[in-house]
Design a protein around this ligand. Structure first.
Ligand code: ADP
Ligand code: MG
Length: 703
């Protein structure tokens, strides 16, 4: 590939029809700076120029129409502000009025009585007769003569652009000026020949032409499919190469022995039999960490599938091999809880486990920092502050991140600096992520799935009720408590600062208290505005069954584990997102008792809310719920992935184009299998394309 700058990198003001003023607008409004940006400003639909409506068949329901007819008359009427140009065209079925208020003299020059015109515009009615104000007008023969596309592209535009004469249709004049200037060398092929042949794709050069100006619908679809495939394929390939390079070249600490700590715990202190899925994932982790390369693994498991014990056993493996490990959680509550359960499980093991969070007292903190550096602490639990702090480890060998959704790329990068060799990384998701999303956003990671719940679990029974059912719900909760169970009441507090939500929480607390008075009942309350020690006391009292009821906001969401709790009432459930509802519901159904989740809502519900509630009542399967969530919300809104930018494709959508994505993945896997360095002749084009685009990608994840 030559080094001379391609015409595509020319500034947009160099294009015919784009002066400095328009260039400025294109930059500001659409981010179009270069010829290439314009080329990649794709039309969102095409107007079918062959579709002409007979005037006699126009109805009130049509929005835009295109008619073809002969101009029969025109005249300028009115004065000053009322001045307008009125023309009539006629086809074999009727007559239609056209009106202009602006550019009258300019339009007038175009008009010639008796000439055949193609007229397009937004339909209006005056005294029951169809008319178009400011129609677009073209002499019809021109279209037949030049044999050009009859599908006219319409582009995304903004109001400001429209005012400046660059509406969705006029942008087509710019692309029409650009495309003929492009030579096949400006858009060299980047897909290997065997893929092109097998999938019957048009060349890259042709695809760019046809996506803007297709000859017909079929050609457009072929171009679109090719360009979508290209986007997804390149993304898969980049991810795949990061993974493959890590497998082949990265250096990692070696955990090659299963020692006393692991065996002792496994044989004598494990409180239950591991599920098949837990065993399988542990095996994957053991194999991964023994090879001398760095592990970077995503562990997906549904709520309650038992990820914590997998984390603990992995940490013992690290300790057996003489390495420290850390477990990071997104909130203090969760860090505290992990710490409690780990220290409890490990109480008879000769290991030092510590907790480090933002609220660790200065003196203790200093001691912990010293002990981490000298290696006196083998195992540390904390919030993400653990890696943001100037924490020095003696030899960190394993970092486990719980609830990946909130753990960003930057934080993962930070981790890499904590040891001489990069530590192994295990990220555990809070709830499953849809497969397509995992493939695209985390495609550089190895991937484990725990699709099995511990035995004896009964699926949570979920129902949707409205306000009128409150008294009977309270009766139900009372009966459960009488059986020795505990209950959650969850209130939305999406923004911790929302005053309204906070007032509702307090009101709710009083209401619950009225139904469940002391001394017969005791209530814990947990929310984000509390001091950590108040929060902890409330949590602990609930955990030890000192209180039977927990009134809480969503701070309770992540990973809180009280197996004796069997009822969850979610207030204003319509305000929660699907994966959040699922995650919250996962707080019950953790023991062997039948558990219940009651989704309380008002009467007025949006269709989306109704759909979410329906899905929640229909299934407990987190993998299924994740798919539905993605379908409902689209990839942009899925929490925590936004900043990664990895899901934003120009053309492809991981929701609508699942099938193309799967195909791209198969081809990219196969290609990397056969030629991991892209050194074969057939893959050279691809390789140079990747190198060329390297600086522009957002895929620079942890190396
Ligand atoms: P999550 O995957 O949501 O983090 P946890 O690790 O918190 O799940 O485990 C949920 C509950 O299931 C805990 O009470 C834990 O002790 C229990 N548990 C985990 N694995 C098993 C198992 N194999 N058999 C029985 N109970 C288990
Ligand atoms: Mg968990």
């Amino acid at each position: 590939m030559s080094n001379t700058a391609s015409i595509l990198s020319s500034p947009i003001e160099y294009l015919k029809g784009v002066g400095p003023l328009r260039a400025d607008l294109l930059k500001k409004e659409l981010g179009i700076f270069t010829f290439n940006d314009l080329l990649e400003h794709f039309p969102y639909r095409h107007l079918d120029k062959t579709k002409i409506t007979p005037i006699g068949q126009i109805t009130m329901h049509m929005e835009y129409v295109q008619v073809a007819g002969r101009l029969i008359d025109f005249e300028v009427v009115g004065e000053r502000k009322g001045k307008r140009l009125i023309a009539h065209i006629r086809d074999s079925s009727g007559t239609m009025e056209l009106t202009w208020f602006q550019g009258i003299s300019w339009v007038q020059k175009m008009l010639a009585i008796g000439e055949e015109f193609l007229v397009f515009g937004k339909l209006g009615f005056f005294m029951g007769k169809p008319q178009i104000v400011h129609p677009e007008l073209e002499v019809r023969t021109a279209y037949n003569a030049d044999g050009k596309s009859l599908l006219e592209p319409i582009y995304p535009a903004t109001e400001k652009l429209k005012v400046r004469g660059l509406n969705g249709r006029n942008i087509a004049k710019l692309t029409a000026a650009l495309l003929p200037q492009l030579h096949p060398n400006d858009l060299p092929e980047n897909l290997p020949a065997h893929i092109l042949n097998k999938l019957k794709f048009p060349s890259r050069y042709h695809a760019y032409f046809s996506i803007h100006f297709p000859a017909d619908q079929e050609q457009y679809e072929a171009a679109l499919r090719r360009l979508k495939f290209e986007e997804l394929f390149i993304a898969q390939l980049r991810m795949g190469m990061i993974k493959s390079n890590r497998h082949r070249f990265s250096k990692g600490v070696v955990f090659d022995k299963v020692g006393d700590l692991f065996n002792n715990f496994y044989n004598h202190h494990l409180p239950f039999q591991l599920t098949g899925a837990q065993k399988r994932v542990l095996k994957e982790i053991r194999q991964d960490t023994a090879r001398g390369h760095q592990m970077n693994r995503l562990l997906q498991g549904d709520v309650g599938s038992g990820k914590t014990i997998v984390a603990l056993l992995s940490m013992l493996l690290a300790a057996d091999n003489g390495y420290q490990s850390c477990l990071m959680a997104p909130t203090e509550i969760l860090a505290q809880q992990h710490f409690n359960s780990l220290s409890n499980l490990l109480r008879e093991m000769p290991l030092t486990v510590k907790l480090l969070t933002g609220s660790t007292k200065k003196k203790e903190r200093e001691k912990i920092l010293d002990d981490l550096q000298s290696g006196n602490i083998q195992l540390i639990v904390g919030t993400h502050a653990l890696i943001e702090d100037p924490v020095q480890f003696q030899n960190l060998g394993l970092a486990i991140v719980d609830e990946q959704h909130r753990f960003g790329v930057a934080q993962r990068a930070e981790l890499q600096t904590k040891g001489k060799l990069p530590p192994h990384v295990l990220v555990m998701t809070a709830t499953p992520i849809p497969r397509t999303m995992a493939m695209t956003a985390y495609g550089d990671l190895d991937y484990s799935v725990m699709d099995e719940l511990p035995p004896g679990r009964k699926p949570v029974t979920t129902v949707h009720r409205n306000e009128t059912a409150r008294p009977s719900i309270m009766d139900f909760v009372r009966k459960e408590i009488a059986k020795g169970r505990q209950a959650y009441f969850i209130y939305p507090l999406i923004e911790e600062s929302s005053k309204m939500d906070f007032e509702n929480l307090m009101k709710g607390y009083e209401e619950v208290k009225a139904f469940f008075p002391e001394p017969q009942f005791y209530i814990s309350m947990v929310h984000g505005k509390q001091k950590p020690d108040v929060k902890d006391t409330n949590m602990m009292r609930f955990k030890t069954n000192d209180t039977q009821i927990m009134v809480a906001t969503t701070v309770i969401e992540v990973g809180v584990d009280v197996p004796n709790a069997s009822v969850m009432v979610m207030e204003s459930a319509e305000r929660f997102g699907l994966s959040q509802l699922h995650q919250l519901r996962g707080r019950v159904g953790r023991g062997s008792e039948q558990s219940f989740c009651i989704l309380l809502t008002g009467n007025k519900l949006t269709n989306d809310a109704r759909e979410r509630l329906k899905i929640m009542c229909a299934t407990n399967d987190g993998f299924l719920i994740a798919e539905k969530d993605l379908d409902l919300r689209g990839p942009g809104d899925i929490e925590g992935t936004r900043q990664s930018g990895t899901l934003n494709f120009k053309l492809a959508s991981i929701v609508q184009d699942k099938e193309i994505l799967e195909q791209a993945k198969i081809f990219s896997d196969e290609l990397l299998q056969n030629d991991p360095d892209l050194s074969s002749a057939e893959n050279l084009l691809l390789k140079s394309y990747l190198l060329l685009k390297k600086g522009k990608t957002e895929w620079s994840k942890v190396a």
